[in-house]
Design a protein around this ligand. Structure first.
Ligand SMILES: [Mn+2]
Length: 322
């Protein structure tokens, strides 16, 4: 923490980036740190590979974001947020990798050593929580706009304060941010009541694919390219779909297959209790947390289904809860 605080104080020109398909934590963290460093008189460029989804467009500071990367030599420091691997920053990853000093700040279990300085804290509910502590370390007051960005980061990554990463520190931070002017129902309305109609069309198709197996402990859901074409859904319309198979009583492991091209799937995994889906995702080159992970899968979904069933069956210690 201290070496990162010192670097943020010492240098002047920053590029701040995150993973592709940025969620509320990724975007809120980028925007809050951008404002914090800007208020310290630094030159800051927030950079994204993908446009934010419609629900996130209320976040203050979005107009400053660059979607192109010019003159990489202009930056003293590159900061990679909520993203453990340089490649996941998108099509400009190799150029970002040329910045002299790279700082990685993340709350996912590390799979690679990314950057020269690292602050990786899997005990934090979200990257926004780490940014909150960094701003305190910098003695940089949190404005209402920064509070709104950080609060959105928490709400997104804790499933509105319902996931296992929700604890006293989460509520204390959220309480402080509300004290700085955040209106919680307004944030929820933006995040959860501003969906395009196409999302509901593809959701109804996806719900029909839910397959409950392994004595009711495993649930699969699939979104195919055909379903996306037929409903006119955008790539972001399936965000959060994994919550539906997961929410079924008795399910210990839920998997969502999103077909991104024929035979290639983005797989999201969720578990309840101590069942470690990060380890299962790790077998396929992915990663995440104990209860939430993902990976890219090429091949037949049926093969992975079989593997997931065996994985849950082998976790016999977990059968009665925990
Ligand atoms: Mn996150």
């Amino acid at each position: 923490m201290e070496s990162i605080i010192n670097a943020l104080r010492e240098y002047d020109r920053f590029l701040i980036c995150t993973h592709t398909e940025p969620d509320g934590d990724a975007l809120g963290s980028v925007l809050a740190l951008t404002e914090g460093l800007s208020l310290m008189g630094k030159q800051v460029t927030p950079y994204l590979d993908d446009r934010p989804t419609a629900q996130l467009r209320f976040l203050p500071g979005l107009e400053q974001i660059s979607y192109d990367l010019n003159g990489i030599a202009n930056y003293d420091v590159g900061i990679i947020l909520d993203c453990g691997e340089l490649e996941r920053t998108g099509r400009n990853a190799s150029r970002i990798g040329q910045i002299k000093l790279l700082i990685n700040i993340d709350h996912h279990q590390p799979r690679a050593q990314t950057g020269h300085l690292r602050l990786i804290d899997p005990s934090s509910s979200c990257t926004g929580e780490i940014i909150y502590r960094i701003l305190a370390g910098l003695n940089q007051p949190i404005t209402r706009n920064m509070a709104l960005n950080l609060y959105t980061a928490i709400v997104t990554d804790t499933g509105s304060f319902t996931y296992s990463n929700t604890n006293r520190a989460t509520f204390e931070m959220a309480g402080d941010l509300v004290g700085r002017g955040v209106n919680p129902p307004e944030v929820s309305a933006h995040l959860y009541q501003s969906y395009p109609a196409s999302r509901m069309k593809i959701l109804s198709r996806a719900l029909e694919t839910i397959e409950l197996t392994g004595h009711g402990r495993v649930a699969f859901m699939i979104v195919t390219q055909d379903m996306i074409k037929e409903t006119g859904a955008g790539p972001n319309d399936t965000f959060g779909f994994i919550d539906f198979p997961r929410s079924i009583s008795g399910v210990r492991l839920a998997a969502l297959f999103r077909e991104i091209e024929p035979g290639v799937y983005n797989v999201s995994l969720r578990s309840k209790g101590r069942l470690n889906v990060a380890a299962l995702a790790g077998r396929h080159g992915g990663g995440g947390h104990t209860n939430a992970a993902g990976f890219l899968f090429k091949g037949s979904a049926a093969d992975f289904k079989q593997e997931a069933l065996e994985y849950v069956a082998a976790a016999s210690w977990d059968r009665d809860g925990g």
